[in-house]
Design a protein around this ligand. Structure first.
Ligand SMILES: O=C1O[C@H](COP(=O)(O)O)[C@@H](O)[C@H](O)[C@H]1O
Length: 230
């Protein structure tokens, strides 16, 4: 059963989640001299990114990437990389290295090889992963109806990165796969808003992982900390 942390508002949540992430990164830098963090995009993480960017961490030894990306240019307001650059990679955190999941290739399939090469710069496994959850129960770019969904959710899958196209995904996507995310030292799920509680409750109930892919994370036999506020 995942650990549930409830907060009165987004400010309190952001502080607690930044503590959680900071502890995981600091522990890994102490052990290995470097650490990697994978964060989500979308609307939810902005306040948390702002808070984390103020933290006293050995940022020059930390690399940041995304759990998933929309295949758009960074000038697009749909770009998860743009969100990270604008709200996380500033202040103290400006010293961190950022590895983007998208490049100039026309499609994620065309760009996959180069992204995989870029990701080799990270220290693996990831020290910390922060996931989000969409209203349809997707997490990362594990969308219901996704063309590579079963491959991405395969716990024994050999690929760490996959393209993804799905009816409700908007743009073509690229995503880290489930085994890579679950291998992280620390794993958090960040959810905000009353509307997402029933989604979480439904996901915690019975049903297929392909219908609500967040279930693959909730059902994994590893610690998961859920951070929620109204
Ligand atoms: O498209 C995406 O959506 C999810 C959830 O986003 P939110 O706007 O509901 O917070 C996000 O976790 C994912 O990284 C992103 O690509």
């Amino acid at each position: 059963m995942p650990g549930m942390h409830e907060f009165k508002d987004g400010t309190e949540l952001a502080r607690a989640l930044a503590d959680f992430v900071g502890a995981a990164l600091a522990a890994r830098v102490t052990r290995d001299g470097m650490a990697s963090l994978a964060v989500s995009g979308g609307r939810t993480p902005t306040r948390f990114f702002e808070e984390l960017s103020t933290r006293d961490l050995p940022w020059e030894k930390i690399a940041v990437t995304l759990v998933d990306e929309r295949w758009v240019r960074e000038t697009s307001d749909r770009s998860n990389a743009r969100l990270v650059r604008e709200h996380l990679l500033k202040g103290k955190a400006a010293a961190a290295k950022f590895i983007a999941l998208a490049n100039d290739a026309p499609t994620p399939e065309d760009g996959l090889f180069a992204v995989n090469e870029a990701l080799e710069e990270l220290s693996w496994p990831l020290a910390c992963v922060v996931l989000g959850m969409g209203d349809d129960g997707h997490t990362a770019s594990f969308f219901p109806g996704g063309d590579h969904l079963e491959e991405a959710l395969d716990p024994k899958g050999m690929l760490g990165l996959l393209p993804m196209r799905a009816p409700n995904a908007g743009e073509p996507r690229i995503t880290l796969t489930l085994p890579v995310l679950l291998a992280a030292d620390a794993l958090a799920l960040h959810i905000e808003g009353a509307a997402k509680l029933p989604v979480l409750e439904a996901a915690l109930g019975e049903g297929a992982e392909t219908e609500m892919p967040i279930r693959a994370v909730l059902r994994a036999s590893r610690p998961l900390d859920i951070f929620w506020c109204p």
